[in-house]
Design a protein around this ligand. Structure first.
Ligand SMILES: CSC[C@@H](O)[C@@H](O)C(=O)COP(=O)(O)O
Length: 352
């Protein structure tokens, strides 16, 4: 099936000299691209969420390595790598929870280390390959995930896992696009995703570009929708998937998953294998990013919270493996993931 009509948005455009980043901070009201010409601008774009979503920050990080490497002169790849140790650290640690970023920076470093005199060409080709592989993985996952759904499914998704969060098409949103195209999905609900509103600002906008109508709900309405029989499945992405199948994803995912289990609904997690981190044994070992208090106290720059309030703003949570019915990667679908099934599919450690 041809999904091209559902595949229009591109968050990252490499033009050979610079990385153009669709600025997600100002969507959906303005569509503006930032032009990143050095690795520091890429780091800033990742930290400030101009580019966000686990696979997308991995791809941005890869092009950040290209820009860092181009700024040095060296006889071969190994010498170039030695000269960009600090930029590599800055890129790898721009955000802590999504493993795709560290994975991509390490894969780029490995390519550079092995490259000879033509290292400039090699390093650019590696970043282009990372981006192309992510798009291909999303198309494959879309089909496989949609095949797991009953015809006429009514689904809820959280955060934004679409083209904006990836090379294109999306992970969980890719399954939703494919499911709509294949006639498997009848209704889509998107939770607004406090505090940064990835759901209401980005997911709803993306789906509208494709002519897919989504119904927006507040995050805390999901259990009520399940209780009143309006949903069949929850479909989400992931920022890091551990060796035992535990999944870190946007804060609120765990609550949706618990409610789904209490009401007998299916929970599907969709992510490329670049999100799998077999070196992290379990969810409790994942560093959960904390972001600024103003994300809660202000909305669109306007202060709405009481000034003296203490704020705690963890932006990811961990859904235990036993809440997950389907784990979809480009390598296939794992039902009820656990350590043995994860090891059989991904081996002991998957990072380069
Ligand atoms: C395909 S994106 C999967 C996840 O990265 C997504 O659900 C998510 O949690 C993104 O968080 P964000 O803080 O917006 O980068």
């Amino acid at each position: 099936m041809d999904f091209s009509r559902y595949d229009r948005v591109r968050p990252l455009l490499w033009n050979g000299d610079s990385l153009r980043v669709l600025d997600q901070r100002v969507l959906p009201h303005r569509q503006e691209y930032l032009d990143c010409r050095d690795h520091a601008q890429v780091v800033e774009a990742i930290k400030t969420l101009a580019v966000r979503g686990a696979p997308a920050i991995g791809i941005a990080g890869a092009y950040g390595v290209v820009l860092a490497a181009r700024a040095v002169s060296a006889a071969d790849g190994a010498e170039a790598l030695a000269r960009i140790a600090t930029p590599l650290q800055e890129l790898e640690h721009a955000r802590p929870t999504a493993v795709n970023l560290a994975w991509a920076v390490r894969r780029m470093a490995a390519a550079l280390r092995a490259a000879g005199v033509d290292w400039r060409r090699v390093v650019e080709a590696e970043a282009v390959a990372i981006q192309a592989e992510d798009l291909a993985a999303n198309h494959a996952m879309g089909r496989m995930g949609a095949d797991c759904l009953p015809t006429g499914a009514r689904v809820l998704t959280h955060c934004n896992t679409g083209s904006l969060a990836t090379a294109g098409f999306g992970t969980a949103l890719g399954v939703i696009r494919a499911g709509v195209a294949m006639g498997r999905i009848a209704e889509v609900y998107a939770s607004e995703t406090r505090p940064w509103l990835q759901g209401s600002r980005l997911t709803v906008w993306e789906l509208l570009q494709d002519g897919i109508e989504a119904t927006l709900i507040v995050d805390s309405a999901s259990a009520y929708l399940m209780q009143t029989g309006r949903l069949d499945a929850v479909i989400v992405g992931a920022d890091r998937i551990c060796a035992n199948g535990d999944v870190a994803n946007k804060i609120g995912t765990y609550a949706h998953a618990l409610a789904a289990k209490a009401h007998g609904l299916k929970v599907m997690v969709v992510a490329p294998s670049t999100t799998v981190d077999m070196a992290t044994a379990q969810g409790a070992d994942i560093e959960i990013e904390q972001r600024s208090a103003t994300e809660l106290t202000h909305i669109a720059g306007v202060e709405v919270g009481a000034r003296a309030a203490k704020v705690y703003n963890p932006v990811f949570d961990v859904t235990p493996a036993d809440c997950i019915d389907f784990l979809v990667t480009e390598k296939g679908v794992i039902e009820r993931p656990d350590r043995a099934k994860m090891t059989a599919c991904f081996g002991a450690v998957s990072s380069p």
